[in-house]
Design a protein around this ligand. Structure first.
Ligand SMILES: [Zn+2]
Ligand SMILES: [Zn+2]
Length: 423
């Protein structure tokens, strides 16, 4: 019955998000690395491929984004495989999972109670820890993506498999760069969200953002910054706090709660003092009175959702978008089909196609590395024989794969969902 170890891609094969990767050991049990969801055009969750919970030794959650944790509670309705994550990932995941239940409850095969059953099965870890379970030895690697995130090193059947998960190779306000120096791995499963696109220099983006914010507020306008409540909002909060920005900053949605969780686990932050200062200087929106107040004076409003798909940011856009003295500064990737994308491409907002008069700019504050960063990261790792590209679009992955083959002389796989790779 011994077959040797293999990697089975259940999600994030030739697609961004919906991460779900099973590593099978020789005795027929698996460790599952992430189990996330994507959302379709109607905003319904799309789940990864099925795996029997009783075949799992452990479920490892690399970070709190829903495309990595959103389907994990499904595995905890009957049996309780061990759940492995950092304490911060668990806290933020709970917040996001409960929010998803509120929004998508009827489409989900679990409720709040199952989420809590899952969290009860948790064994929390930090970067220096390792875990032995069944056929597997697990270690955790700093990957620079968002506070609390890690990559996973799985040792099984004499092989070392590194799953980077989403990673970032530059320094941001919240995180240091991923560091794989000194690691050795036979197989590297690496994200490829930006296979062909190269991010601009982050310091330049930060400066350009801050300069633009000042231009707008100094001439009396309000800057709306639609931002995802996990990590991106806090990045912008910290950026403004670092520069002692003296105008009012309002933070709306779940972002403030997440910022407080980040501070409770401040060891996960590169420079906790920045976020601490942000929380003490900036205002939390507590209700409709605050929302109206925030829009009356020159300043900045940081609000979810980052793509203007619902959440308070859409409300602010409708109120502020028709005035040319205001501005909308997008700080996240805007997927096709979102109001944010429509704003960028057609310059309109609201259902009636109202033209945007406020100043519109987009800034690249990505928490994912790019193709160049993937290659640099791979060069840091010793002994690599196989590279598996996941969490990316196929066209870009093909180009990145040929670059990796050329530069590193290793085998590169671009698996589809459902495909297995022997190790
Ligand atoms: Zn992801
Ligand atoms: Zn992520």
């Amino acid at each position: 019955m011994s077959e040797g170890a293999r990697i089975e891609v259940l999600g994030s094969g030739r697609e961004v998000g919906r991460a779900a990767i099973a590593v099978w050991g020789p005795s027929g049990k698996a460790v599952l690395l992430d189990y996330g969801v994507n959302f379709d055009e109607e905003d319904r969750p799309v789940f990864p491929g099925h795996i029997r919970p009783r075949d799992l030794e452990a479920v490892v959650l690399t970070h709190s984004h829903l495309d990595h944790v959103g389907a994990a509670p499904m595995l905890y309705a009957s049996v309780r495989p061990k759940l492995v994550a950092t304490p911060l990932t668990l806290d933020v995941s709970r917040l996001l999972l409960l929010d998803m239940i509120k929004l998508n409850g009827p489409y989900l095969p679990f409720d709040e109670q199952v989420v809590d059953m899952m969290l009860e099965a948790a064994e929390t870890v930090t970067y220096s820890d390792s875990i032995d379970i069944g056929d597997f030895h697990l270690g955790f690697v700093y990957n620079g993506h968002i506070p609390g995130s890690f990559g996973v090193l799985v040792e099984v059947d004499g092989k070392r498999i590194l799953y980077t998960s989403d990673m970032n190779t530059i320094e941001t306000k919240l995180m240091g760069p991923a560091s794989f120096n000194g690691l050795s791995a036979d197989v590297v499963i690496v994200e490829s969200t930006y296979s062909t696109y190269t991010h601009p220099n982050r310091r330049d983006t930060e400066e350009r953002f801050y300069k633009s914010v000042r231009e707008v507020v100094e001439s009396g306008g309000v800057v709306l910054v639609p931002a995802f409540s996990v990590s991106r909002s806090q990045e912008i909060m910290a950026l403004l706090a670092e520069r002692d920005f003296e105008y009012p900053v309002w933070v709306d949605g779940m972002s403030r709660k997440v910022a407080e969780l980040y501070l409770e686990h401040s060891r996960c932050l590169r420079e906790p003092a920045l976020l601490k200062r942000a929380i003490s200087m900036q205002n939390l929106v507590r209700g409709w009175g605050d929302r109206r107040r925030a829009m009356k004076e020159a300043g900045v409003i940081i609000s979810s959702a980052g793509t203007l798909k619902g959440g308070p940011s859409l409300y602010y856009l409708k109120k502020l978008g028709g005035d040319p003295s205001n501005a909308v500064f997008l700080v996240s990737f805007q997927p096709p089909g979102t109001p944010g994308r429509r704003l960028v491409e057609e310059g309109v907002f609201e259902d009636g196609g109202e033209p945007l008069k406020a100043r519109l700019e987009w800034f690249d504050f990505s928490s994912h590395t790019d193709g160049r960063g993937v290659i640099e990261a791979l060069k840091q790792i010793k002994g690599v024989e196989k590279v598996v590209l996941v969490h990316g679009e196929y066209e870009g992955q093909e180009l990145l794969a040929s670059k990796i083959r050329e530069k590193l002389g290793v085998e590169v796989y671009i698996p589809e969902n459902g495909e297995s790779i022997p190790v």
